[in-house]
Design a protein around this ligand. Structure first.
Ligand code: ARG
Length: 588
């Protein structure tokens, strides 16, 4: 169905045309002075010069053409030539009805659906998820859902880091601790055990220990580098160990991402791209894209218009080994071969922006991607603590994601128990749902590229611009709708009467803006636009709720209309939070 703004543009364009002016001047926007009008058209101002007349002359002629038009209840020319518009309440009621019967709530599917891969998550195997990984998962998940809702084919890929020195470090530490294991016996020809020789807990202790040692002990580091090399060059025992590390670690990651309501379609890893490297490197050499520079193989990616230095993209180190770059380029080769995407979006810490500039330029220049393939770097800022420094535990250590979530769950549980007497088991479940909204909304309501302060008190508050406030509003609506049903009322009727007062109209108008917001969020990859929208919508709803007798309304036709408005508000809010990646409990 048509967006409401498109209907208005159409009517305004017609009016300009009938009055003898270019219909493009009819472009109308939401008013930024809702006290004066709801929509505003400034086309007469823009047209005055071209038509050599005063803006008010154009505006007056257009206003005349709009006389009696059923979509407006009020059309005003305001000097020097603005046109202020108010929508007709019956038209609005009719629009809401159409919107209610549309399962996509008036959001149109993309005319040309694209195949889009989103590279997000980016966890590293054998290292616990820390808060730094939170943003990629949370933002990537919502971008995936928004683009899917717009009708695109979207593939989410976690792109696990499993190919670096961290593997050699773990193998080395294990070798020191348990040299008797068959993985370290070069003569071993049998089958390796099916069980991993460590648990996830042990693994998470082994890595930081090994990493610490390697920083102090050069021989240890050398050993780890050697182990990494051997792993990558066919050491059978190391390969078997690496597979254990992967499976133990991935199982744990799935659980952790699951707790965040984050789901990947692909669990591809850096190692999956390795087989594509030799041919890719050969081609870059053969076709003259890559050249040697101090022993390393590089591709120049600087451009004339650069204002700052963009260093060459390194493909192979002087010892012939590949790097993070090489893997990302080979991953693009793999993605093209298997999925042939129209667009690849990377949701990664913005500190990697220069790096991705190099990778993208290199991929374009060397035709690793097709000319028409879009590559987007969606860089996010740092999550800081209240002191403005990167978020830490109370004792100053790196905060694990699991612990952060557990802390917020606990906080929420206390709040819920304080608010009202609740069954502790139910309250625990509810607390989890509400806590997730606090964490995700707290993150997503900021523009992704900006740093933000993770403020537990603020994020978990039931008032203000927070996830819990949105959920609270949804729960409030659900409870009214439940009571209405208990009293014998029927839901899903959607029979709207024209709005009877200001707050009812304001809520109606806000609802009709949903499609435009989703459109914009999808265009600009900007989930924070959905957050601001639902915050405003929740505010409009609560104002309406406080001023309106709903269940006590005696006129049953009017009551049904109010209920329809409530149902639509609930659906728009629930659809929105689903796009943001969290949901609402039944009670809270
Ligand atoms: N594992 C990487 C890190 O922890 C993030 C991966 C981002 N994605 C990519 N295609 N490079 O920094």
């Amino acid at each position: 169905m048509q967006q409401i703004i498109a209907i208005i543009d159409q009517v305004m364009g017609d009016a300009f045309e009938k009055a003898g002016y270019d219909r493009k001047l009819g472009k109308t926007v939401l008013s930024n002075r809702p006290d004066l009008c709801e929509y505003q058209c400034n086309g007469a101002m823009a047209g005055a010069k071209a038509y050599h007349c005063a803006p008010f002359q154009i505006a007056e002629a257009v206003v005349k053409e709009l006389e009696g038009n059923p979509i407006f209840s009020d059309v005003q020319m305001v000097k020097p030539g603005f046109i202020n518009l108010k929508l007709d309440n019956a038209f609005l009621a009719d629009y809401l009805k159409q919107m209610s019967t549309d399962e996509n709530l008036s959001v149109e599917k993309a005319a040309q659906p694209k195949k889009i891969i989103i590279d997000y998550g980016g966890a590293n195997v054998a290292k616990p998820l820390h808060v730094g990984h939170l943003r990629s998962a949370v933002i990537g998940e919502t971008i995936k859902r928004i683009l899917r809702f717009k009708g695109h084919e979207v593939i989410g890929d976690v792109h696990l880091g499993d190919w670096g020195l961290q593997m050699g470090l773990i193998i080395t530490e294990l070798k020191h601790r348990q040299p008797e294991l068959p993985y370290f016996d070069p003569g071993f020809e049998g089958e390796y055990p099916a069980e991993a020789p460590f648990t996830i807990g042990e693994l998470e202790e082994i890595y930081p220990c090994a990493s610490g040692k390697s920083k102090e002990d050069a021989a240890y580091k050398e050993e780890a580098m050697q182990a990494t090399y051997e792993l990558q060059h066919g050491n059978r025992g190391y390969f078997a160990l690496w597979q254990h590390i992967l499976s133990v670690s991935i199982e744990d990651l799935k659980k952790n991402y699951g707790n965040l309501n984050v789901e990947f379609d692909l669990w591809k890893k850096e190692s999956d791209a390795q087989p594509y490297i030799p041919d890719m490197v050969q081609r870059l050499k053969d076709e003259g894209y890559a050249h040697e520079d101090q022993g390393a193989l590089v591709v120049d990616v600087k451009e004339e218009t650069d204002t700052k230095e963009i260093p060459p993209c390194m493909i192979l180190k002087s010892d012939g080994s590949s790097l993070y770059n090489t893997t990302d380029l080979a991953t693009l080769v793999m993605r093209r071969e298997i999925w042939d995407p129209d667009h690849v979006i990377y949701v990664v810490d913005k500190r990697q922006e220069l790096y991705f500039t190099q990778v993208f330029r290199c991929a374009r220049k060397t035709h690793i991607v097709k000319d028409e393939t879009e590559l987007t770097f969606l860089g996010f800022g740092t999550m800081n603590g209240k002191d403005g420094k990167p978020f830490k535990t109370r004792s100053g250590g790196v905060m694990r994601l699991e612990h952060l979530i557990a802390d917020i769950n606990e906080e929420m549980f206390k709040k819920i128990m304080e608010n009202h007497e609740a069954d502790p088991d139910e309250a625990r479940e509810t607390a989890k749902t509400v806590a997730l909204s606090a964490i995700k909304y707290g993150d997503l309501s900021n523009q992704a590229a900006k740093d933000y302060i993770f403020d537990t008190d603020k994020f978990t508050s039931f008032e203000g611009n927070t996830g819990p406030y949105i959920l609270y509003t949804i729960v409030r609506i659900k409870s009214i709708l439940n009571r209405y049903e208990k009293e014998g009322g029927k839901l899903g009727e959607y029979s709207y009467l024209p709005a009877q007062n200001e707050s009812e109209k304001a809520l109606s108008l806000k609802l009709t803006g949903f499609a435009a917001v989703i459109e914009q969020a999808a265009q600009e990859l900007a989930p924070h636009k959905i957050c601001s929208y639902i915050y405003e919508l929740a505010n409009e709803f609560n104002r309406f709720y406080h001023e309106t007798r709903i269940l006590a309304c005696e006129d049953s036709e009017r009551k049904a209309s109010l209920i329809a408005l409530l149902e639509l508000t609930r659906r728009v809010l629930e659809q929105s939070i689903d796009l943001l990646g969290f949901d609402a409990p039944e009670r809270m």
